[in-house]
Design a protein. Structure first.
Length: 264
């Protein structure tokens, strides 16, 4: 007879799946006074996650003026993710999940060594001839500052979300699509240092298929538990959301939404 419980992973980082309750236990055999039981929104129906708030962090990716503010661009799906994210942040504070803001925040040294592929992706308007200058580090005009450079207005957290920032939050800059592309990145250093007990990462932000997915997949490959909060993520890429949710639920981790999370 097959065991009712399956174990995945090395000691100290194990998942336990209970066939009877259809629950993945991600508390890693660490006593958890008030674990969160969260229904999944992707994968087999009636499957749930069991998480430790103390071992979890909400990683909010690129919810910055450059990507969301109407004076910078039209991003209706990104704006639609703001209210669910605010509710999710509030619930994190209630149950004790750490909030982490992961944003582009470039320095001149970053720009000097930026790979060609990354630079080209932000310079499309210059390539097509629509603008004489465009791309990372270029002045956007109208007081918006240099593109995604640390300390500039366009790099600030979008105002409705900035109002939800608290002193206990963690802020990490990144200089690539992914905030976990190397061990030198501030998010990696936080998770291996002060935040070493954080084994489960819940992901929110923009764009689902780019910076969010890039960070999530690097986290998955490095051994963190990865959970996407689907209605707190957004992209304008046609068809990308469905593909990302499918692959995350099937391979990279788990998918929940703000409703199933705040119901805990």
């Amino acid at each position: 007879m097959a065991s009712e419980k399956l174990t995945f992973g090395p000691p100290g980082a194990q998942w336990i799946y209970d066939r009877a309750s259809k629950t993945y236990d991600l508390t890693h055999n660490i006593p958890t006074p008030s674990p969160l039981r969260i229904a999944l929104t992707q994968g087999p129906p009636e499957t749930t996650l069991l998480l430790s708030p103390q071992q979890s962090a909400l990683v909010i990716v690129d919810m910055q003026n450059f990507f969301l503010h109407p004076s910078c661009r039209s991003h209706p799906t990104g704006l639609a993710a703001v209210d669910p994210l605010l509710r999710t942040i509030a619930h994190c504070r209630k149950v004790g999940v750490q909030v982490v803001w992961l944003n582009w925040g470039l320095t001149d040294d970053d720009l000097a060594s930026m790979p060609a592929g990354v630079l080209r992706g932000f310079a499309r308007a210059m390539i097509t001839g629509d603008k004489p200058a465009a791309g990372l580090g270029v002045d956007l005009g109208n007081g918006q500052g240099r593109c995604l450079v640390a300390g500039e207005w366009n790099s600030d957290i979008y105002e409705p979300l900035a109002a939800a920032v608290r002193p206990e939050d963690v802020h990490c800059a990144k200089n690539r699509m992914s905030g976990l592309w190397s061990e030198s990145q501030p998010l990696w250093k936080y998770l291996e240092g002060e935040g070493k007990e954080k084994k489960t990462l819940l992901f929110a932000g923009v764009n689902t298929d780019q910076c969010v997915l890039g960070t999530l997949t690097n986290g998955y490959n490095a051994g963190w538990d990865c959970v996407m909060v689907e209605d707190c993520c957004a992209t304008g890429t046609p068809g990308a959301t469905e593909v990302c949710l499918y692959n995350i639920g099937k391979n990279y981790g788990f998918v929940i939404d703000s409703k199933t999370f705040t119901a805990t």
